[in-house]
Design a protein around this ligand. Structure first.
Ligand SMILES: Cc1cc2nc3c(=O)[nH]c(=O)nc-3n(C[C@H](O)[C@H](O)[C@H](O)COP(=O)(O)O)c2cc1C
Length: 174
């Protein structure tokens, strides 16, 4: 990948994985190094990443929390969790920046995975209670995103990017 723009264009929400092709802990560790290096408010790094590979009970918990068939094709999952007590809170309006920090780290994961030839998809529409019970997530730790990760299924293509036009979203003060 020779430029950041190419990487951005290559990343897409992959919803069909090659389940026969495992991802190694080494590969996932390498991807997570890019999450570890992500910026965060006041450098609090209020995160934890739970990696679910072959543990069948943990896999079932993830699948139960988001009942879409495609999710089961993923050979691995990274659960991005926020440590509630560690997030920076803006004093003016008491707004916690945990979700912002976790989102940056999660997107580092997705872009890094793309560079490694892996597919990912943000999943936030999961049932947090089901996930919490299934993975025995302690109080004070909040699952923010499930990131399935694996090699895209044979024949997968990057879909066309459907995005708003610059004029719709950028306001210049020249
Ligand atoms: C915060 C967030 C939550 C998302 N949650 C889900 C989800 O629960 N399920 C899903 O299939 N895709 C989910 N997506 C993926 C979006 O649908 C996808 O990013 C968007 O349609 C643009 O497509 P692209 O990622 O292929 O460029 C989520 C994306 C983001 C950023």
């Amino acid at each position: 990948m020779d430029s950041f723009r190419s990487l951005v264009l290559e990343r897409y929400s992959c919803r069909n994985y090659d389940s026969a092709r495992p991802v190694t802990p080494q590969l996932i560790s390498d991807v997570l190094e890019d999450a570890r290096l992500a910026p965060s408010a006041c450098n609090r790094q209020p995160w934890e990443f739970w990696v679910i590979l072959n543990d069948s009970k943990a896999r079932e918990a993830v699948l139960a929390s988001y009942g879409r068939e495609w999710l089961a094709t993923a050979p691995a999952f990274i659960i991005c969790m926020g440590r509630e007590e560690e997030g920076w809170v803006r004093p003016f309006d008491s707004h916690s920046h945990i979700d912002v920090d976790l989102s940056i780290a999660a997107e580092h994961i997705c872009l890094s995975a793309t560079e490694h030839g892996l597919g990912t998809c943000w999943v936030c529409n999961f049932d947090p209670d089901v996930l919490r019970r299934g993975l025995e997530i302690p109080a004070g730790l909040r699952p923010v995103a499930i990131i399935p990760i694996g090699y895209p299924a044979e024949g997968s293509k990057v879909p066309e990017k459907k995005r708003k036009a610059p004029e719709e979203i950028i306001r210049w003060f020249l």
